[in-house]
Design a protein around this ligand. Sequence first.
Ligand code: TYD
Length: 211
Amino acid sequence: MNRTTSPPARGRLIVFEGIDGTGKSTQLRLVALALRQRGYPVVATREPTEGPYGRRIRALYADRGGCSREEELDLFIADRRDHVEAVLQPALAAGKIILCDRYFLSTAAYQGANGMDVGTILARNRFAPVPDLAILFEAPIALGIERITASRGEGLNDFEKVEGLTRVAKIFAALDLPYIRRIDAAQPIDTVRDTILALILPLLPPPSAAN
Ligand code: TYD
């Protein structure tokens, strides 16, 4: 086939979702490594981003009183617009396999738990490409909190308070979208990684076609 005239292969958008402390970031690293070893061009990224809106969001962790929940939602959406335009769309167009730590289902669950309407939140995210797969990490809230406080040696930020997290988990549990797959994140780390790979690999083109 003449490569100059064939359309570019569209990449894949795979997002990791779930409450704090369920191991999303660790698994994202492990899965990125496993896919790269198989020859796939992987882009690993996350939200909130390191961009201007992401930085303002992180500043909010320390002081939630500084903005209304409407403004908070606006910030997450503005951060996502930048991310989609600067990172996700170009990577998809270049045929990359994107692994993204949190995406619009986090906005639905967290800003939904904060009192905003979940349907409205999802509607406001229609500009964002629909993921090929959203892996929803499920684990008891107590386990997530224990992992954050014990292993990371961190205190819980405002988004991570128990009561809030219970509401967040309920919304995640109620989401019913065709691209969501739920996994038991309380399993051993290698088991979780293999479960995730088994979900992702069937969705990918052969590695050579993805380059
Ligand atoms: P997290 O993945 O924990 O980032 P970091 O490791 O940099 O702290 O995400 C930070 C918090 O942001 C997390 O508690 C969930 C929250 N969040 C929202 O409330 N809405 C969103 O749309 C996103 C992407 C994250």
